[in-house]
Design a protein around this ligand. Structure first.
Ligand code: CA
Length: 229
């Protein structure tokens, strides 16, 4: 174990497959993370109670407990803990269930190690964000939450209040998959029964105003993800 691996951020890996777990542990440790590897849901809950990790990589298919159930439990205990669901099931419904269970993001097997590491870095970065008024810069886009100003290359965008709030929410969750229901409840403060068409209409308008500064990608059957080109 290297010095950085001893001092790095703690990733809790919950994965029962020995070869996948070993490969993930090696990749994470070689990039400076500390890793606690648990092969079952029950050992994962014990581990979380012993030391709170900075991020959880959670396999959906575990021998003793459903990964979605464990995800829900983790979310109830720790509202701000980044959870990335790792699933072999890439059907839309499993992804939606996972995100609704409180996962911040998901990766489907087989996955590229580089993509996995990039997601881990992104989620550890966004969990560091503390000041709600701190400006956010994503390439040429700059957002100043305190003054409701967003600019591209220094030029102010003409955004309606809700468009601004939606953009801010996307920026704070850059790279994460966000469901329409999540957007409705967190940006509009409405429940899922409300029409998700509202979300889609605002996205269309926001995309037009953003041009190619950042991209709001549609994830079919799930929702949207903000991508910085
Ligand atoms: Ca498994």
């Amino acid at each position: 174990m290297t010095a950085s691996a001893r001092t790095g951020r703690l990733v809790l890996l919950v994965e029962d497959d020995a070869s996948i777990g070993r490969a993930m542990t090696d990749a994470l440790e070689s990039h400076g993370h500390r890793v606690t590897w648990c092969r079952s849901g029950s050992s994962a809950t014990t581990s979380v109670e012993a030391e709170l990790p900075d991020l959880v990589l959670l396999d959906a298919g575990l021998p003793d407990i459903d990964g979605f159930t464990l995800c829900r439990w983790l979310r109830e205990q720790h509202a701000d803990l980044p959870i990335v669901l790792v699933t072999a099931r890439d059907s839309d419904i499993d992804i939606v269930v996972g995100l609704d269970a409180g996962a911040n993001d998901y990766v489907t097997k087989p996955f590229s190690t580089n993509v996995l590491l990039a997601r881990v870095r992104a989620h550890l970065r966004s969990s560091d964000a503390v000041d709600p008024d701190a400006a956010i810069s994503l390439r040429t886009l700059r957002i100043e939450p305190g003054s409701y100003v967003a600019t591209i290359d220094g030029q102010p965008l003409d955004l309606r209040r809700r468009e601004f709030e939606l953009l801010l929410y996307f920026a704070r969750n850059a790279g994460r998959a966000l469901t329409r229901e999540q957007l409705l409840s967190d940006v509009w403060d409405l429940h899922w029964e409300s029409s998700t068409k509202t979300v889609d209409m605002h996205i269309v308008s926001l995309r037009r105003k953003l041009g190619d500064a950042v991209e709001i990608v549609t994830i079919r059957g799930v929702g949207y993800r903000l991508v910085v080109p």
